[in-house]
Ligand binder design. Structure first.
Ligand code: IMP
Ligand code: MG
Length: 338
């Protein structure tokens, strides 16, 4: 913090939700901004309760954090209102006036689309709505009366919060390799998922950012089509505990070992100041639940040090379990006082 951006360094599902939730608890941002859309599901587990958010920031976990949806984000009204209700956060949600709105016809169009089926799209209407936005025929949040109580200017809110020295978090979605520009086109999503693009969605300039936390999982997963270097057979992935199911679609995720070259490029393109690695407990069961460096098994520490050396960026946050607080936080040791 003060302005921390969290983004993904893989094919999404790196555990950004978990890391954002941890940062929300530990750093108490006064504002957190969600970008992207409902094709991206973020899982947050806290005190044994499991939440899946597709529209609102994972920082909802901290009751003192204001929750914003960026101008470049796309809303689906049913998803938005059900999350607001389920999480009981109505009084602290702000939607940028210029956020786009996905309509049922966008979902229908994507369900019929053969190209998208081949890519393995989540068919949530996100790309179709984005296409309409580019063609300047998408309706925006300010045009929907039911959103009126939530409307605001999120870029202004970020500036105001920073002027008050308040920590602000920006939550990216998906990962660099699903980026429309920098990913494995055409097997990508309908937006740029890099740090620069995430900022652009919010309406904040690059020099306002203090920290870019690029999140990796200790192994790679991918849903849908497209290349996955080192892809494992399903049985092998299952044996290693890497078989996961997608948050939004329930599909089985393809899995592969951690890829240093890909991670290095994600660090560079996103200008990472810090690296987070989640699910270390899958690679190293002895790491499960650890919250301190000294509680990690020696081979885990050795691997993390090796990754840090390879990436040339400090590895500051380590996920050791699905609970938000199952995190080893090395920021003070590695970066000095926060
Ligand atoms: P779409 O963005 O729903 O059209 O999907 C395009 C591709 O991106 C498909 O391979 C999806 O599985 C993938 N994708 C989109 N959002 C996510 C995500 O949040 N996590 C993982 N994969 C995603
Ligand atoms: Mg996900």
């Amino acid at each position: 913090m003060p302005l921390t951006l969290v983004c993904g360094g893989g094919f999404g599902d790196e555990g950004k939700g978990k890391i954002s939730a941890y940062l929300a608890i530990s750093d108490s941002p006064i504002l957190s901004v969600r970008t992207g859309s409902i094709n991206a599901g973020h899982t947050v587990v806290h005190k044994g309760r499991r939440f899946k958010v597709r529209q609102l920031p994972s920082a909802f976990l901290n009751p003192s954090t204001r929750l914003a949806v960026a101008a470049g984000a796309l809303l689906r009204l049913d998803v938005f209102f059900s999350e607001v209700k389920e999480l009981g956060v109505s009084s602290r949600v702000v939607v940028d006036r210029s956020a786009g709105v996905i309509e049922p016809r966008h979902v229908e169009a994507e369900r019929r689309d053969k190209v998208l089926a081949g890519i393995g799209s989540t068919a949530q209407g996100v790309g179709a709505a984005m296409a309409d936005r580019v063609m300047r025929r998408l309706r925006l949040a300010w045009e929907y009366g039911e959103l009126a109580p939530y409307l605001g200017n999120v870029a202004d809110l970020v500036e105001e919060a920073l002027d008050e020295q308040g920590p602000v978090m920006v939550e990216g979605t998906q990962g660099l390799y699903l980026s429309l520009y920098h990913g494995t086109y055409p097997y990508v999503t309908s937006r740029d998922t890099s740090a620069a693009a995430i900022l652009s969605e919010v309406g904040v300039g690059p020099r306002r950012v203090d920290d870019v936390v690029v999140v990796f999982k200790a192994y790679l997963t991918r849903v849908g089509g497209g290349p996955l270097p080192g892809e494992l057979e399903v049985e092998e992935a299952a044996k290693l505990g890497m078989l996961e199911k997608a948050t939004v679609t329930g599909r089985v995720r393809r899995a592969a070992p951690f890829n240093v070259e890909m991670a290095r490029r994600a660090v560079r393109v996103n200008t990472a100041t810090q690296v987070a690695i989640t699910k270390l407990d899958v690679l190293f069961p002895g790491a499960a639940g650890a919250r301190r460096w000294q509680d990690l098994p020696p081979e885990t520490r050795k691997w993390v040090d090796w990754v840090e050396d390879q990436l040339g960026a400090p590895v500051t946050l380590l996920g050791t379990g699905e609970e938000a607080t199952h995190t080893v936080d090395l920021r003070r040791e590695k970066l000095g006082p926060l």
